[in-house]
Design a protein around this ligand. Structure first.
Ligand SMILES: Cc1ncc(COP(=O)(O)O)c(C=O)c1O
Length: 377
């Protein structure tokens, strides 16, 4: 059988940048700068500047960035937050963890992000909603013209979930620079990934940044008077020094890696476009996609997936259960059929291998295996 094609290959990236990464990690170990320190500060400043915003606050995960961000933006207990029904579960769980209540909205069938008309219907149905979380799913930004117009009309605070969209652009502006704040994840397989968990909140609002600084570290401000003086309450959601050192090295390569992802994605699309049984992803106008995930849509998806895997191609599904159908969200009282686009996408989406080092010969092999699998399914 032909060689296995993995969904992602994190070791290929490490091999390509081993000297730089090893030296950065050794520097942290030599200095014993494991918690906080210069590497964390340097990364916070560099990543905020990369996004085109003023402040960055490193935290322990993308989920922590979302949860602490919502608290810092002033979410009140029980308050409704507009959230797409098709995303990774952390978007909605963070709302609940922060004391709020997800108000699900269906997604656009081509962009897979918040459907602006469905948002408007939800806002008319439930008065007084103050927050909207557009998720830039798979690496493509939500329609930020429409989201911004809604925000103006209904006085909404925009909080971007940019966990899958490091470096993505809409009308030339980067993800993270549209909302009152934005959350990113550095989960290892993300476009910018740490060697463990990590995340960041970015914002232009110094007060929001300062609140997240305190919430991430037992209520302490950045420049506290004493290590053991706690003006407020907070938890432990810090980004550690080793992760920050790794991210500092990797950030310098992010644009090049995103470009390689786009090149790989366009080869997939060129080879698959027009296939009668496969729908390829669309790129919306004014959008620069960073292809965190390259997802096609096929009927009999589970059978196709099984055949692909048997052929040595590691495909996957992001995500098989729309959020309103998750057991954890049962208390919201939704039923099957409430968000039909999300339900259809969850049944048909199939993520193909994609990472910067993926070779054209591997892409051709995946395409051949996919073609055989959809014909046989
Ligand atoms: C859309 C989205 N939101 C939030 C998260 C949560 O990030 P983390 O896994 O770093 O907590 C992820 C990533 O896993 C994600 O894909």
């Amino acid at each position: 059988m032909a060689a296995h094609v993995p969904l992602v290959d994190l070791h290929a990236q490490y091999r390509a940048h081993k000297a730089e990464l090893d030296s950065a990690m050794a520097g942290i170990i030599r200095a014993s700068a494991y918690i906080g320190g210069a590497a964390v500060r340097r990364f916070e400043e560099a990543f905020a500047a990369y996004c085109g915003v003023k402040h960055g606050v490193g935290v322990g995960s993308g989920t922590a960035a979302l949860t602490l961000g919502l608290k810092a933006l002033g979410l009140r207990p029980g308050e409704g937050v507009l959230v797409p029904s098709f995303t990774f579960v952390a978007t909605a769980h963070s709302v609940i963890e922060a004391g709020g209540r997800p108000v699900f909205v269906d997604v656009d069938p081509f962009r897979f992000t918040l459907d602006p008309e469905a948002c408007e219907r939800a806002l008319k149905r439930e008065k007084g909603i103050r927050f909207i979380i557009p998720v830039h799913l798979y690496g493509q930004m939500a329609d930020m013209d429409a989201v911004s117009a809604l925000a103006r009309r209904y006085k909404l605070t925009i909080f971007e979930d940019a966990a899958q969209a490091h470096g993505a652009r809409f009308r030339g502006r980067r993800a993270g620079s549209f909302g009152a704040a934005a959350a990113f994840s550095f989960y290892p397989s993300k476009n910018l990934g740490a060697y463990g968990d990590g995340g960041i909140l970015v914002t232009n609002d110094a007060r929001v940044a300062d609140k997240v600084v305190r919430l991430r570290d037992q209520g302490r401000p950045r420049e506290g008077r004493s290590k053991y003086l706690h003006p407020g309450v907070g938890g432990n959601h810090r980004l550690d020094g080793l992760q920050a050192a790794i991210l500092n090295v990797k950030l310098a390569h992010l644009d090049e890696w995103n470009e390689r992802r786009r090149t790989a994605a366009s080869l997939y699309t060129r080879l698959l476009e027009g296939h009668e049984r496969i729908r390829v992803p669309s790129i919306a106008p004014h959008s620069q996609h960073v292809f965190h995930i390259y997802a096609v849509h096929v009927r009999h998806r589970d059978k196709v997936l099984e055949r692909l895997r048997a052929e040595g191609v590691s495909a996957d599904v992001h995500y098989p259960i729309p959020l309103h159908m998750q057991p954890s969200m049962r208390f919201l009282g939704h039923r099957k059929g409430d968000f039909p686009v999300s339900e259809l996408l969850a049944r048909t989406c199939l993520s193909l291998p994609l990472y910067p080092e993926l070779r054209p010969s591997q892409i051709r092999r995946v395409v051949r295996a996919l073609d055989a699998s959809v014909r046989g399914a």
